[in-house]
Write a protein that binds this ligand. Structure first.
Ligand code: FE2
Length: 386
């Protein structure tokens, strides 16, 4: 591999000066997955990824139509939800998309104002501001649609002291596997259809006040066979980063088209979770049975010192160790980063996780795109979907 690709339009200053403050976001609150069997999925995310039991809602707590398990790991909260009967609208989502992300919830000071400001700017309503109460206080939630059937919920929890949300009880489990060192959600990527990327860039700019601080075109992101385009959207304080991908013309079918075919529409492609010690985290996840995309070829690792340029002396990790685990390395002006991608987490080739360790770099591994996509294409070829 040659030098890292220089992303166009890279400007952190632009984030802070260009973003608007009508929608101040404190961070990601939780990510809710609609799944076919939440009990089994919860066991998987605990056992394999080191998530901890946190909160529960189901028949035992008085819920009649759906059950939800909330799992945490440091700042990350995921919720797994399954309908309890055939009448729940959640079924339609699962029939169409398979298991996947329904809600990316954002933590806000004022969920009513967040709803008003975004719907006023054109957002489609999912849920009007709703106050939910229990003995621990109250939470205000509201929601708007983003791409496909994916939703952003705004969560105002400043007057709440309970474990999670009203209606949930603390989930005390006797089964508590060790954490895997996952700390927070670094970014979440959405796949949208042909020629839809700029529409959703505009949505995040106009409706959410985000700015586009990085762009990659199909000349930068391509292999011999396929191509895609990507623009990274960030909110004003830089805590929320949503890259948006769309497919581009290539000789064969790109991974984005494969996703759109199997998810049957736009949706969340991957969630990147940060760790402070990627070698330890990935070794543990592998021991737990998580499958990652195949290791880049030998020449990729031989080229690492050259690709890191002035950052090569900063590399604290042993390249042989990174190679043995298949961890990829990239650098930008500010430092380097280490990353690796799981295979899809469900039978449909849709959602996957990225594990990332940032050592100063603020990019997304553009220098790894080619090696990564070639690895994905090897998997696509096995599935007959390339
Ligand atoms: Fe990523």
């Amino acid at each position: 591999m040659s030098k890292p690709i220089q992303p166009v339009n890279y400007s952190l200053e632009k984030i802070f000066s260009g973003a608007q403050d009508f929608l101040p976001l404190l961070g990601t609150d939780y990510v809710e997955f609609y799944v076919g069997n939440a009990k089994q999925a919860a066991h998987f995310y605990k056992t394999a990824f080191g998530f901890q039991s946190h909160a529960y809602r189901g028949l035992e707590t008085g819920a009649k139509d759906a059950v939800s398990y909330v799992l945490t790991q440091d700042k990350i909260k995921i919720m797994l939800t399954t309908p309890l009967n055939s009448k729940s609208p959640i079924n339609n989502h699962i029939v169409k998309h398979g298991d996947g992300v329904k809600i990316v919830a954002l933590w806000v000071e004022d969920a009513t104002k967040s709803y008003e400001e975004t719907t006023k700017r054109g957002a489609k309503s999912y849920m009007k501001p709703t106050v939910e109460k229990d003995e621990f206080g109250e939470v205000v939630r509201s929601g708007i649609y983003t791409y496909g059937e994916t939703v952003h919920m705004f969560i105002e929890r400043k007057n709440y002291k309970g474990a999670f949300l009203p209606g949930f009880q603390k989930w005390e489990s006797d089964y508590n596997p060790p954490t895997a060192g996952l700390k927070y959600i670094d970014h979440m990527v959405g796949n949208v259809g042909w020629n839809q990327m700029n529409k959703w860039v505009k949505f995040y700019e106009d409706v959410m006040g985000f700015v586009n601080f990085l762009s990659f075109d199909d000349k930068q992101i391509h292999t011999e066979y396929s191509a895609l385009m990507s623009k990274v959207m960030s909110n004003g304080n830089g805590r929320i980063k949503f890259p948006i991908n769309e497919p581009a013309e290539g000789k064969k079918r790109s991974q984005i088209e494969e996703y759109l075919d199997f998810y049957e529409g736009p949706g969340v492609q991957h969630i990147a979770m940060a760790t402070d010690d990627i070698i330890k985290t990935v070794a543990q996840l592998k021991a737990n049975g998580i499958e990652f995309l195949s290791t880049p070829p030998e020449e990729y690792y031989r080229a690492v010192p050259g690709r890191l340029e002035e950052h090569s002396h900063e590399l604290k990790e042993d390249i042989e160790k990174l190679k043995s685990l298949g961890i990829m390395i990239d650098a930008d002006e500010e430092g380097y980063l280490l990353q690796i991608f799981t295979k899809p987490l469900e039978d449909r080739p849709t959602l996957f996780f990225e594990i990332i360790q940032r050592m100063g770099a603020r990019g997304f591994g553009a220098g790894n795109f080619k090696a990564l996509f070639e690895s994905i294409e090897r998997e696509q070829a096995k599935r007959g979907t390339l």
